[in-house]
Design a protein around this ligand. Structure first.
Ligand SMILES: *Cc1c(COP(=O)(O)O)cnc(C)c1O
Length: 393
């Protein structure tokens, strides 16, 4: 590969030294599950994100599952999300026994469309019962918008849409660690805007561990205590299980790696923003064929308006372009080629082609280009040259 899609080995020596130091401390303590290092990371995480409560989990998926379990969501319930996201967002809803309900995305940001959400809620509202019910009879309990690709959703617009219904919002912030948003004039970070949030520390995320890890975030101390119970088999006092939970614990070694890497993320995200700006200037002449990604909060007066977890363009003749990039050995990926409502495992929901036209169009048109701290300027030029060769030949 002439240009890798992602090369984490370029994170550098200073990070390695910091990681080694913190891992060494955990190894010396021999306290590998939960414990002081996990607490230290949870505290640093709260400081960084500006959230009240953070509970370390074994993955982003488990963090989401624990939040849904703590809310008491299960059979007879439904949860709204988007059909254009990583599988886990809808998978967890299903796993609780609840029904996933999809709301289409905005074509510019790939985020849940607040207008479509409003229509969906109006359609499901049962004023006689004072609740929202799906045609299958399930009660809508929460909405999970996804801060997809590293920019925040328009949370104020989504909040306005749910306001008449007293529905909690859970932010899927797995791809948006450090992303800023101005909510009612106040600058906030992804994960501190709504009632609940979850993060993933999968190695390829902007804050990535040396394996799996996640974080569940909430405002309320009592709810956080519930999350702590659930991540440890519902066990409060030793041998006494108050509820049925799971093993959703964050390892101390993961916490050590994440604690060490946390101070570097701001710089890495800034590097991603510089790369996005370079793409913008080198690819803008292809705007007929290549639609560059939106940066919705660029004028909100925020340093961290975007974290560019992915740089996703919409391309004419996308599949042909994929073959061309393959030949030219330019790393690339498609997020996501099959919208969730078209996945075999969700066939029981009875969705059809055309139900979510924007998600389907995004699945046909989108391609992610390399973006990571350490991607070199000459590599960006090679990518730009390859794209120009394809569209201008
Ligand atoms: C990565 C990701 C998750 C799941 O996180 P894991 O840590 O891999 O379990 C959930 N939602 C989105 C949008 C993601 O990108």
């Amino acid at each position: 590969m002439r240009v890798p899609f992602l090369d984490l080995t370029r994170q550098g020596k200073r990070v390695r030294e910091a990681v080694d130091r913190e891992i060494g401390a955990v190894f010396d303590s021999q306290q590998f599950v939960l414990g002081r290092m996990v607490e230290a990371f949870e505290e640093a995480f709260c400081q960084s994100v500006g959230c009240a409560q953070a509970v370390g989990m074994s993955s982003g998926t488990d963090a989401q599952l624990a939040i849904l379990m703590a809310m008491g969501i299960g059979a007879g319930d439904a949860v709204i999300t988007t059909p254009y996201t990583f599988f886990a967002t809808a998978g967890c809803i299903h796993r609780t026994g609840a029904e996933p309900v999809f709301v289409d995305i905005r074509p510019d940001t790939f985020h849940m469309d607040a207008e479509r959400l409003r229509e969906c809620l109006q359609r499901l509202a049962r004023p006689d019962e004072g609740r929202l019910r799906t045609p299958r009879g399930n009660v809508v309990r929460a909405v999970i918008p996804v801060h997809l690709f590293g920019a925040c959703c328009d949370m104020d617009a989504l909040r306005d849409a749910v306001a008449p219904y007293d529905l909690p919002i859970i932010e899927d912030a797995a791809q948006a660690f450090g992303a800023g948003y101005r909510s009612a004039g106040v600058a906030r970070c992804a994960g501190s805007i709504a009632d609940f949030a979850f993060f993933s520390f999968f190695p390829t995320k902007n804050l990535g561990g040396a394996g799996d890890g996640g974080m569940a975030v909430c405002r309320d101390r009592t709810f956080a205590e519930k999350l702590r119970l659930l991540r440890n088999h519902g066990m409060g006092e030793r041998n006494f299980h108050r509820v049925v939970g799971g093993n959703f614990r964050l390892d101390a070694l993961q916490a050590a790696v994440l604690h060490a890497k946390l101070p570097f993320v701001e710089g890495w995200n800034a590097a991603r923003r510089r790369i996005a700006a370079l793409y913008q200037s080198t690819l803008s002449d292809l705007s007929e064929a290549l639609k560059l990604p939106a940066d919705p909060w660029n004028n909100a007066g925020l340093e961290n308006h975007h974290t560019w977890h992915q740089y996703v363009v919409r391309a004419d003749r996308r599949d042909e372009l994929l073959r061309h990039l393959q030949q030219e050995e330019i790393g690339h990926a498609v997020y996501y080629p099959i919208p969730l409502h078209r996945q075999e495992c969700f066939a029981y929901l009875g969705c059809r082609d055309g139900d979510f036209p924007e998600a389907e169009r995004a699945a046909r048109e989108s391609v992610a280009l390399p973006i990571f701290a350490g991607l070199r300027e000459e590599e960006i030029e090679m990518i730009a040259t390859a794209l120009h060769r394809f569209y201008l030949r």
